[in-house]
Design a protein around this ligand. Structure first.
Ligand code: KG4
Ligand code: ZN
Length: 339
């Protein structure tokens, strides 16, 4: 049962291959339900057409479950929040259309949320919360960014990838090894059992920008060469290869992040996005933080990969600012970071 002044936000996330709904009451997440799509592992990557159909199938059940778990009815909702972009157009459309229909039928406002802002603002869900300004390394399947965060709405991208994202580097390297999609979590698990004894190409990119396409190509050439000598090479050395790939990606990320910390003098540092679930990255950042006096913020695992909880958090700040959207809201697959 909600109280008269409670702010109850239903948040929906459907930008890629996870259908997620969360209920957010005042400053607390009451529920955060996600249906992940397994179908894509057969194809080695997310198939957009399959993803949007799966969102259509899952969305009503996921929203229903989130409301039930939060013990709330639609009549108690104050607003409906939804990811407007960036993401896959067909996937975003499912969430946006559903949110608009629900908001219209209930006569409540709709709040459009930027997916990458939400990854960063996921740090305000649990304690300890970072103080402004802080730097956020956002590493996901579609993005790799170092962002200077001065307030909930004042964020500046200091650097980003010029080609593949860090998550793609994990997934595409995994595909070369014959691992199913998404390979990131599998590489993480195998890496734990292996030694990082192979070296791959390290890019030289200006400023705080990243590049991972050369890295991925060097993994491909390395594996092709070794297989010529020993057809069983990948199977026999899988854990060491995974540890080496993971180490290579982590080195690229940490080097640029350290550079940004040194140049800006901002020692409050957060990580966000699917790749921030990587245990190797979390451990190495914790070590670096200890050595260099950084204050490090690492999200709970459930808020690393795509989830509606972070959309609810971002929407809550917009609700307090009275930043509502109208029924002409439409999904934007390339919604700019500054808009
Ligand atoms: O943030 P996210 O769920 O979706 C996007 O917005 O892209 O990130 C998904 C990415 C995938 O590339 C996946 O392989 C990667 O995050 N990922 C990981 C781990 N868990 C998820 N990468 C490395 N280690 C992990 N433990
Ligand atoms: Zn994401």
């Amino acid at each position: 049962m909600t109280k008269l002044n409670d702010i109850n936000i239903l948040a929906i996330e459907s930008s890629c291959d996870d259908t997620s709904a969360a209920v957010y009451t005042n400053e607390i997440i009451k529920s955060n339900i996600t249906a992940s799509q397994l179908d894509h592992s057969l194809y080695g990557g997310v198939v957009p057409e399959v993803a949007s159909r799966q969102h259509d199938i899952h969305i009503t059940m996921v929203v229903d479950e989130a409301l039930k778990k939060a013990d709330i009815t639609t009549s108690e909702l104050s607003a409906v929040a939804v990811t407007k972009g960036p993401g896959l157009i067909g996937s975003l459309h499912v969430g946006v259309s559903f949110a608009k229909g629900l908001a219209l039928s209930l006569g409540i406002p709709i709040i459009a949320v930027h997916h990458m802002h939400a990854h960063i603002l996921s740090h305000f869900i649990d304690e300890p919360k970072p103080k402004f300004p802080f730097l956020c390394l956002t590493v996901s399947g579609g993005h790799t960014q170092i962002v200077r965060v001065d307030s909930y709405k004042d964020m500046t991208i200091l650097g980003e990838t010029i080609d593949d994202a860090a998550g793609e580097a994990f997934d595409k390297s995994g595909k070369i090894l014959g691992l199913p999609y998404p390979a990131g979590p599998i590489i993480d698990k195998n890496a734990h059992l292996g030694m990082a004894k192979y070296k791959f190409a390290k890019p030289h990119v200006a400023g705080y920008n990243f590049s991972f396409s050369g890295f991925k190509t060097s993994v491909l050439y390395f594996i092709q060469d070794r297989i010529k000598e020993d057809a069983n090479f990948v199977k026999a050395n899988l854990n060491d290869i995974c540890a080496s790939i993971q180490e290579g990606i982590i080195q690229i990320l940490i080097e640029k992040l350290s550079q940004a910390i040194n140049d800006t003098g901002i020692k409050s540092v957060a990580i966000a996005g699917g790749v921030s679930a990587n245990k190797g990255l979390r451990n190495q950042l914790a070590e670096q933080a200890e050595q260099n006096g950084w204050e490090l913020f690492i999200p709970d695992f459930q808020y690393c990969t795509d989830n509606a909880g972070m959309i609810g958090m971002a929407a809550y700040f917009k609700y307090l600012d009275g930043k509502f959207d109208s029924q002409v809201l439409s999904a934007e697959p390339r919604w700019p970071f500054i808009h």
